[in-house]
Every structure is written in C-alpha cells, then in structure tokens.
Design a protein around this ligand. Structure first.
Ligand code: SOE
Length: 380
C-alpha cells in the first residue's frame, strides 16, 4: 500500500489550479512513493473556496491559512497566493515541520527570501519553488545537451518573456485577477513575475550571473486599484531589459515586457556556443531548435527536434512518439520529482536557496535600473 500524503493548498487562483491538476495526474503517469490526498484548500472567500474544493476534490475548505499550517494531519503546504504572503506562510509552515512547495518568485523582496531560506534550512523541511518551465521536456533536453558539452564554450545567452495584457490603461491594479500589477502584492512587475523564470532557467543551464546592467519602464503611471476603487500610482516595472555577465564568461541579454502587442506568453531563449547553438520558444514548446557546426556543410542547418520520443526527458511517461504534451505537464513533472525526493527527505531543485539566487539577480536588476549603473549580484 502506498503511503498517503496529505496536501493543504493555500490559494485557489490560476496557480492553485495548476498544482491541483498535477496532484490528480501524477499517480496515473509516474511511479511515486505516495498517494496524494487533497485535504484542504484555503482562499479569501468562503464561497469560492468551497466551490474550488468541490470541483478539485479537496475534502474541506477554509479561509484561514493558519488552520492549514497548524493542522497536524497536513504533510505538504502548497503556497499559491500573491507574493506578499509567501514569507509569512512559508516560515510558519517550516516551523510546523511541513514540506513546502511555493510558487515563484520566492518572495516579495530579498530580505523576506533570506528569512524563508533560513526557516526551511533550520527546520530541515523539504522545499521546492515552482519554476515550472525547467520541466518542459525540450528545456530539460537543452540542459542535457549543454551538460554533455555539445555546445562547447558558451558565448551568449539570450532570453525574452513577452506579453501584451496590460497595454490598456483600463486594466486595474490589485485584487484577485490583477494583483500582479500592484507593487504591494507583487514586489515588482515583469522582473519578478516573468524574468525570474528566464533567470532561473538560465542559471540552471549556464551557471550563475555575476553582474547586471538594467533599464525598466512603467508606461502607465496610474491605475485604478481594484480594492480601494481609487486611482493610484503604479509602482511596478511594465518592461525590463538587462545585460549581464555569467560566471563562465558568457554574455547575457534579457528582455521582458507586458507591452509587446501580439505576444501572449512568448518565452524564448537562444544559447550560442563554440560548437553548436540551441533555441526554444514557449509557443512551440515541444520543439527544440539545434544547430551543430560539426555537421557536413552541405546538410548543415538548424534542426527542429520534435521532443516526443521516449528517450527524451519525461516522454517515456506519456503517449507514443510524435504525440505532444504541454504547459500543464510541467507541473506534473515537478510534483513527481517533489514526491520522489520527499520520500528521501530531500528538497527538489530549484529549492528555496536556489530561488534566493534568482531573487538576488532580480534585486540587482531593479537596483541597477534605478541607479543607472552596473550592479554586482550577491551570491546565495
Ligand atoms: C503572468 O501573466 C504569468 O501568469 C506568470 O505569473 C506566470 O508565472 C507565467 O508562467 C505566465 O504568465
């Protein structure tokens, strides 16, 4: 009999759904050492929490997150709430001895992130931060090709994360759907929300970032706040571009904006090495573009690898070669590894400390943009 593992979810928004869905699917596709039991979901409004519990199969619901964290029956706390609530919940959950899966970015700011790392490390509780794009099979394959040395020395790492959903001045800030535009809830704009994904993937594939030079812009200076109903100054960065050096000597070039008309979630990266290059695009996520300079010149060119064969990362767990998987599956992969590591009392990468390294880069980016100077990145 597989041991039962009781899950408490805090936050019933978009991320609450991705995590719940992953718990439902994981045992069907992966051999995991636990049977997850969706015990309780917590959210602001009782009616919504109840409906969420019914739809997703949670046994109960509550509007008080303390009840989830303090419940002796709960083994894992899933934190899927706005960034300003991560620290308080995670620190309490660590003290209560719970394993924790926290949505990205780790915290509102560096100081909270450092306290969270201290709390999980002192308590010795397994932890994970949900930077899900690492677990797109094509992205994992890119990491594998780099680790095998196929690119040789890396010269350039380029990444973009482009969206267009905040161009209208009528989009409010704050509240359930638009808290990402409220500096008090989000901590930053595209830097923490979107570039954090690119930075996490980049450092995983290409090593740490040493220093950055950034510019940010807030195109719409005032928006109505959904909670107060008043027009208030906008504190987040709408767009951010930065240059950086990696520890391995390569150069980085990152851009993110919510003002790229026509792009919904265009996360792309390209890595250029001495022997080969790799490119990937979230809108075509099951393909990896690969250029190998050692190919005979008359057939040399960019290949488009369809990452669906069973010898490719994660794909032996799904369908048959040629048939694709998508966004939701990255969370299933994440939870599968989280459960496998949990059985050995281990954290899953990226853990809180690795996510702190990403937070340090984000912090250096925002400081650089403010001071108009190169900024050294603190080491986690
Ligand atoms: C913002 O629109 C957002 O939902 C991010 O918060 C997610 O992390 C990203 O994966 C997609 O875009």
């Amino acid at each position: 009999m597989t041991k039962k593992l009781n899950i408490g979810l805090i936050g019933y928004g978009f991320m609450g759904r991705t995590h719940s869905n992953a718990y439902h699917k994981v045992t069907n596709f992966f051999d995991v050492p636990y049977e997850p039991v969706l015990q309780v979901v917590c959210g602001l409004e009782d009616k919504v929490a109840k409906a969420f519990a019914e739809r997703w199969g949670y046994k109960s619901h509550t509007t008080d997150w303390h009840k989830v964290v303090e419940d002796e029956n709960i083994d894992v706390v899933e934190i899927c709430v706005p960034n300003n609530l991560h620290a308080e919940i995670a620190i309490a959950a660590a003290k209560a001895g719970k394993a924790i899966c926290c949505e990205k970015p780790l915290a509102l700011n560096v100081s909270q992130a450092e306290q969270m790392v201290k709390a999980v490390e002192e308590a010795g509780v397994p932890n994970l931060v949900s930077f899900n794009y690492r677990r797109v099979p094509a992205v994992t394959l890119a990491k594998q090709l780099i680790d095998e040395g196929r690119l040789g020395k890396i010269f350039h790492y380029r990444a973009n994360f482009l969206q267009d959903w905040t161009i209208s001045a009528n989009v409010p800030q704050g509240g359930m759907a638009t808290w990402r535009l409220d500096i008090k809830a989000a901590g930053s704009g595209v830097t923490g929300d979107l570039l954090a994904h690119c930075i996490d993937t980049a450092m995983w594939q290409n090593g740490s970032i040493t220093d950055v030079c950034a510019m940010t812009e807030t195109f719409i200076k005032e928006r109505m706040h959904a909670e107060t109903g008043k027009v208030e100054p906008v504190g987040i960065d709408d767009a951010c571009t930065f240059l950086c050096h990696f520890d391995n000597g390569s150069l980085g070039n990152f851009e993110s904006t919510r003002y790229a008309r026509g792009h919904k979630a265009l996360y792309t990266f390209e890595i250029n090495g001495e022997k080969a290059s790799i490119a990937w695009d979230l809108h075509d996520l099951h393909r990896l573009s690969y250029f190998d300079h050692s190919d005979e010149s008359i057939v040399r060119g960019w290949r488009s690898i369809h990452v669906t064969d069973s010898d490719m990362p994660y794909m032996d767990k799904w369908w048959v070669p040629g048939l694709q998987i998508g966004y939701e599956h990255t969370f299933v992969h994440q939870v599968a590894e989280f459960l496998q590591n949990l059985a050995e009392g281990k954290s899953t990468s990226p853990d809180f400390r690795e996510a702190l390294a990403t937070q340090y880069v984000c912090d250096a980016v925002l400081t650089s943009a403010k001071n108009k100077k190169w900024e050294t990145v603190k080491k986690a």
